[in-house]
Design a protein around this ligand. Structure first.
Ligand SMILES: C[S@@+](CC[C@H](N)C(=O)[O-])C[C@H]1O[C@@H](n2cnc3c(N)ncnc32)[C@H](O)[C@@H]1O
Length: 272
């Protein structure tokens, strides 16, 4: 077994511009479709692990004049989210905070939402317990999380190996790359009820969408930092990275190529 890249909780993706392109491509309308039918004006919503707030804008709009509170552990992301808040949503407030230690009273929110956050926080039980504490009885939790094992590039060439190495990097950093399919089990364990589990896929097919996925792979996954972490810990070799770079170029040029990122979703209720 290779040594873990880090024994501490480390957010695998980091906060560089290339990965942020992927987050800026997201919105509540496209990435919280399973939640929107449950929102109505006047509800209070917590977005935990809100990142730069691109989903937050639409969630805040859906519950206006109810309050939206976004929290993220990383100040740079909250600064970006606050700039979006200045874009016209006076009901949105953002806080730097850890999802395992939320700065809110018991029974505060009607709804709590996360998107690709449980994938990265080592202690799922601690997050779900803390979110349950701040939800009102009868309030709902909504999650949408990556299923790395169902995500792919097509034509795949040798790129399935790149997806596998990415998966191992997330695990080595204490994360849960298959969380999207584990959501229902984790929510049952945390004491939530009335759980609806669904799934959906982000398909990268248009030139613009392919460029977003290609940017993350070429600028983030092939970055010296990620390659050094993967090779130093024995998760991949330099020769494999060289082959993946060539195959990523072939994927980029292929007129029929697509990429897919798979997600599991769940809505669940805090018992009354
Ligand atoms: C993949 S990003 C997703 C951001 C946003 N939800 C989205 O989908 O666009 C994961 C975010 O979770 C945040 N995060 C990781 N661990 C956290 C924790 N323990 N508490 C709060 N936020 C955390 C990271 O800082 C990062 O902004």
């Amino acid at each position: 077994m290779p040594e873990p890249v880090s024994t501490k909780s480390t957010y695998t993706m980091g906060y560089n511009e290339d990965f942020l392109q992927m987050l800026h491509w997201r919105s509540a309308e496209t990435h919280a479709r399973h939640l929107l039918p449950h929102l109505e004006p006047g509800l209070s919503v917590l977005g935990f692990g809100c990142g730069p707030g691109t989903l937050s804008v639409g969630l805040a709009r859906a519950v206006e004049p109810g309050e939206f509170h976004g929290v993220d552990i990383e100040r740079t992301q909250i600064d970006i989210a606050r700039a979006a808040e200045a874009g016209g949503h006076s009901n949105a407030t953002f806080h730097v905070a850890d999802a395992t230690d939320l700065p809110f009273e018991n029974d505060t929110f009607d709804v709590a939402h996360c998107h690709t956050v449980l994938n990265h926080v080592p202690d799922t039980h601690a997050v779900l317990g803390e979110v349950k504490r701040v939800l009102k009885p009868g309030g709902i939790i909504s999650c949408r999380e990556l299923i790395a094992g169902s995500s792919f590039s097509e034509p795949a060439y040798s790129l399935a190996g790149a997806w596998e190495t990415f998966t191992k990097l997330v695990v080595a950093n204490g994360g849960h790359p298959q969380m999207g399919k584990e959501l229902k089990t984790r929510l049952v364990e945390a004491g939530f009820v009335d759980i609806t589990a669904t799934a959906s896929v982000d398909m990268f097919s248009t030139p613009e969408a392919k460029a977003v996925l290609d940017g993350v792979i070429t600028e983030w996954f092939f970055s010296p930092k990620v390659m050094a972490a993967a090779t130093a810990s024995g998760l991949a070799t330099h020769e494999q990275f060289d082959a993946w770079k060539l195959d990523q170029e072939k994927w980029r040029q292929h007129p029929g190529s697509v990429g897919a990122i798979a997600f599991g979703e769940a809505i669940a209720t805090k018992p009354r």
